[in-house]
Every structure is written in structure tokens, then in C-alpha cells.
Design a protein. Structure first.
Length: 254
């Protein structure tokens, strides 16, 4: 069953990358996804490997696909393929990060929490402040691309929603994306963030609980997210009913 879940989830993530891109190019083992409007966003200009590929040939494949960009990002969705490709990519100067694929197996909240669907306009200010805090030394254009790239995500799935928890004054304090494919019964919670001024006040809990309820209401029985394998949020997610069922892998080079 775990393998079946992973196969469906990997297919969903590959399809999302294709659909949000403004153009794609087929490559051995996968494809390159591009969006020139958000050239500073690595996630919008990357190579995705979702099938078998010659590991020794992969660095050259990526170089040809992304050579016009100042960065290289390769997402390898299959665990075995990632293990095989790690050596050649690391020797070519890439850093390797593992991400956990976490399936929600706990109870779905009986009702929606205090979070709600929000528009991009409401997110733009909090997102800008948060990214500026994370990347204080980058140019304004980089931050703008990281904020505005959410526009492209609206193309990525059949139903894309932005969920936010507001303060008493109406400011969006925590937010996340929710990608739904009711036909396939799949839902992904992605990019959960909280404004630093509102840490530890239950806003992230409200966002995740609301997203889970909305996904269940849409008929999505497979609800998942990805989390950095080395960072603390994985434990926070585990306490909220998510369990690790596999890994995806990212290779990056400046």
C-alpha cells in the first residue's frame, strides 16, 4: 500500500511541476520545467526526474537544460533513482537534500478550524516580510519572484487554494497552499509558513487543520506533504497525524 501511495504522489508532484510551467522540454528520465516570469525561483525553473535515467549522463543533461540560468535544481522523485544519481551529481558540484513524503493517517478535524481561504493580495505583504527575513541580502527582484510565483501555482492542479489564519486585526499570520485533485483523491499541503511576529500562537495548527478538513470534504483520501528530513517541522507534523512513507530528493548547485 505504501508503494502505491508513493507512486500516486510522485505522479501528482511531477504533473504539478508540468502544469504550472509556462513551457516544458522532454529529457531522458523526465523533463525540464521553465517559467521566465519567475527566473529567480528555482522551483519554477528546474529538471524533474520521474523515471529511469543514466546516472552518469545526468549532470550533462541538466547542464544542457539549465545552462542559461545562474542556478541548477534537480528534483528526483524515486528513491532508488536518487540513490543511483547522487554520486555523479555530487561529484559535479551539487548539494543533496532529502525530503520526507508524509502521509496523513491521523483523524481529520471534525470541523474547519479558524483559518480560511485567502487571496494572493492578502498574502503578498506577509510573504514579502517573511522572505526578506529569510534572505536579507538578496535583491528586491528575487523576493518579488518568490512572492509572486504563487500565481503560477494556480495552474498546477485542478483545484488550488491558499489557506490563511488571521489575527484579530485581520492580518494573515500563517498560510499554506492546498492542491487538490478530487478525481484522483489526492491532496497536498505545501509551503506552510508563519510570520515571525505570530509564532507559537496556534495559527499554523489552524491552517493545517483547515486544509485537512477541506481536502477530506473534497473527497481526497490521500493527503500528504513534504518536509525537510533534517529539520524540526517533521516532528511537528508527526504530532498532527502525518507519518513518513518515503523520500524525494533535491540536488542544487549555484
Amino acid at each position: 500500500m505504501t508503494r502505491t501511495h508513493l507512486s500516486r504522489i510522485n505522479g501528482f508532484m511531477a504533473d504539478f511541476a508540468r502544469r504550472q510551467a509556462t513551457r516544458t522540454v522532454a529529457l531522458p528520465g523526465g523533463f525540464a520545467a521553465y517559467d521566465d516570469d519567475f527566473a529567480h525561483s528555482r522551483a519554477n525553473n528546474q529538471v524533474v526526474i520521474d523515471s529511469a535515467v543514466d546516472p552518469e549522463a545526468l549532470p550533462a543533461i541538466v547542464e544542457e537544460a539549465l545552462g542559461h540560468l545562474p542556478h541548477r535544481l534537480v528534483s528526483v522523485l524515486d528513491e532508488g533513482t536518487a540513490r543511483a544519481c547522487a554520486g555523479p551529481l555530487v561529484r559535479a558540484g551539487y548539494t543533496h537534500s532529502a525530503y520526507l513524503v508524509m502521509l496523513h493517517t491521523g483523524p481529520v478535524p471534525a470541523t474547519r478550524a479558524a483559518a480560511e481561504e485567502v487571496g494572493l493580495a492578502a498574502l503578498r505583504g506577509p510573504l514579502t516580510v517573511r522572505w526578506r527575513g529569510i534572505l536579507p541580502d538578496v535583491e528586491d527582484e528575487v523576493v518579488r519572484h518568490l512572492v509572486d510565483r504563487r500565481e503560477a501555482r494556480l495552474r498546477g492542479a485542478d483545484d488550488v487554494r491558499f489557506i490563511g489564519s488571521r489575527t484579530a486585526g485581520g492580518e494573515v499570520a500563517s498560510w499554506a497552499d492546498l492542491y487538490l485533485d478530487p478525481g484522483a483523491g489526492l491532496a497536498q499541503i505545501e509551503d506552510l509558513m508563519t510570520a515571525e511576529a505570530h509564532f507559537r500562537r496556534g495559527h499554523a495548527d489552524a491552517v493545517v487543520a483547515t486544509a485537512l478538513r477541506l481536502a477530506a470534504d473534497a473527497g481526497c483520501d490521500t493527503r500528504f506533504l513534504t518536509a525537510d528530513a533534517t529539520d524540526w517541522p517533521r516532528h511537528w507534523y508527526e504530532r498532527r497525524g502525518f507519518r513518513v512513507i518515503g523520500h524525494s530528493h533535491v540536488f542544487e548547485r549555484a
